[in-house]
Design a protein around this ligand. Sequence first.
Ligand SMILES: [Zn+2]
Length: 350
Amino acid sequence: MPQLFQSETYLRHRLRADGRALRFQSTDLEQWQRWQQELRARIRGLLGLQRFLPTAMNSRVTEAVSCQGYVRERVEIETEPGVIMPLYVLIPEQLQGTAPAVLAPHGHGSGGKLAPAGVRATPAVAETIRQHNYDYGVQAVQRGYVVFCPDARGFGERRESLTASPESLLDSSCRQLAHMGLPLGMTVAGMWTWDLLVLLDYVATRPETQGERICCIGLSGGGLQTLWLAALDERVACAVISGYFYGVEDSLLHLSGNCDCNYIPHMWESADMGDVAALIAPRPLLIEAARQDPLNGPRGIDNVIEQCEITRRAYSLLGVEDRFEIDVFDGGHVWHGTVAFDWLDRWLRR
Ligand SMILES: [Zn+2]
């Protein structure tokens, strides 16, 4: 075949011409408040959150395992009628009274909650934890936080199909969920965000965390979940987004082989990631970005820094530039954690 008649150049042109209609460009507080309300309402609509059905949580603790320095409870909560979310709650053994809460959603290839919660019984999970420094839930409980590690829909115990091989534990059902949900007006990112909103309700019922601040941290798809949740709900007092912060043109349009869960119909017409993260201001936000992360796209870290500059302008407008930080490090698509936990201590333990 001598020539391909491709569409990418045209679609990039359409993104540049039609994209970011609700970009962050406020120059005073009144504009910022109006913009924040408008973009949040748009995002809720595009995620399909109005389509989800509230229900009683019917929470139940199904097991409690003593680990090194902490107890790991397995809990089930109902997030929509008949939709069960299993999660682990990691509680410091020495905890007296209460401690701040950390939500630790996972990304792909994690076995769902197993990797953040450091459950290494399956060799494939142990290996992914080693490769990605993936047990950030355990790292947080070791710092004295009460940690919540949920299974996102499509992962771990919430996959749509089971196969026998141990490696299949790392699989996900994002594609099937997208195909079933999108024609019903429900996105995968919306499903995950909804379930985390219910998890925030659950955190408020736990005696170990009552009245305490709540943070959300996550790598990759866990960063995706952190981004949407923190942008929409101010109960998230601070956030760490790792390996999931870049301009969509390079990283999701050009890298179009990314998983279906990244794609929300009409979203790019309204906002890029830097605009969405600007909704988190003035709450503290740390971005972890690795120089060699291939998901940054062909221009590498420049594609991250450009989005950070958009977000930083919101923090500047609000006079709180010290609450936005970037941890750029040499490495691949991994949780870094070097700055992150000092960052959490700084904002959650005041
Ligand atoms: Zn996915």
